[in-house]
Design a protein around this ligand. Structure first.
Ligand code: HEC
Length: 237
């Protein structure tokens, strides 16, 4: 009998502790600063196990034909570069304010099955979106295939793949602001240095590279974030 009371007391205390955190208003919910170590461990481990389990018997289709990689590149450049960057391409400025910060996938890529799962389903309580609702499995496998190659690519190779797919380097994430004009600015492949002055366009993905290096709209960051419409695209090229 005694043991029952002990268990009930412990459970009661735990419930009280949880309620105290929920209602006490003292928990740090800001996006700055790291999680306390036990919380970080818990989140990391939980995620790792869940993804491992979910991908256990996922069948990986063939991923290394040229068409798949090209599809993957196009989607990667449109949907992922904003947050994860690419060789020679920095992520957008706002990404530094995300917690957790999206990792550089060229430094550290998961297995294709895991990438596929993560991209399809997203990661709760991080900024990682789910692309499953808007994309087919085939497209997402292509992205996973491309991500798998990412660590092998140099900035020059990435830039030239982007151009030969008919996109511009600064178009990352920008779904169609059609500024074909500035491709030229990139062609030295020296991509990343220019990011430095690119802070203007933060919100848009494309802030970091050429965009601005070239011509663009010196410091009027204010206007940019909403639309990043580049109406002045004309004088870039
Ligand atoms: C809005 C920003 C954002 C976009 C866009 C985005 N991601 Fe993420 N991604 C994140 C964040 C945040 C994480 C979680 C980082 C963490 O938990 O440490 C993440 C995690 C990941 C991971 C797991 C990395 C690891 O090793 O833990 C992969 C793989 C990934 N993203 C791939 C992609 C791909 C591929 C795309 C494009 C289809 C994409 N992401 C688009 C923000 C983004």
């Amino acid at each position: 009998m005694k043991i029952v009371w002990t268990v009930l007391a412990v459970v009661g205390l735990l419930v009280l502790a949880v309620l105290a955190v929920a209602y006490g208003g003292l928990a740090d919910v800001s996006a700055t600063g790291p999680e306390p170590a036990p919380v970080a461990w818990f989140l990391e481990t939980t995620r790792h196990s869940a993804i491992e389990r979910a991908t256990d018997d996922l069948e990986v289709p063939p991923l290394d034909d040229a068409a798949t990689l090209r599809t993957g590149l196009v989607h990667y450049h449109e949907m992922c570069v904003t947050c994860h960057g690419a060789p020679g391409v920095r992520p957008a400025e706002l990404v530094q304010g995300l917690n957790p910060v999206p990792p550089d996938l060229a430094e550290h890529a998961e297995e294709p099955a895991e990438t596929f799962w993560i991209v399809k389903h997203g990661l709760k309580m991080t900024g990682m979106p789910a692309f499953g609702p808007t994309h087919s499995d085939e497209e997402l496998w292509a992205v996973a295939a491309f991500v798998d190659r990412l660590p092998e690519l140099t900035a020059e190779e990435y830039a030239s793949m982007v151009r030969s797919a008919g996109m511009t380097l600064d178009a990352g994430g920008g779904h169609g602001h059609g500024g074909g004009g500035h491709a030229g600015a990139q062609s030295d492949g020296g991509g990343h240095e220019r990011g430095a002055d690119g802070h203007a366009q933060g919100a848009a993905a494309d802030g970091r590279d050429a965009a601005v290096g070239a011509a663009g709209a010196p410091h009027d960051d204010a206007g940019d974030d909403a639309g990043h419409a580049h109406p002045e695209g004309g004088h870039d090229g």
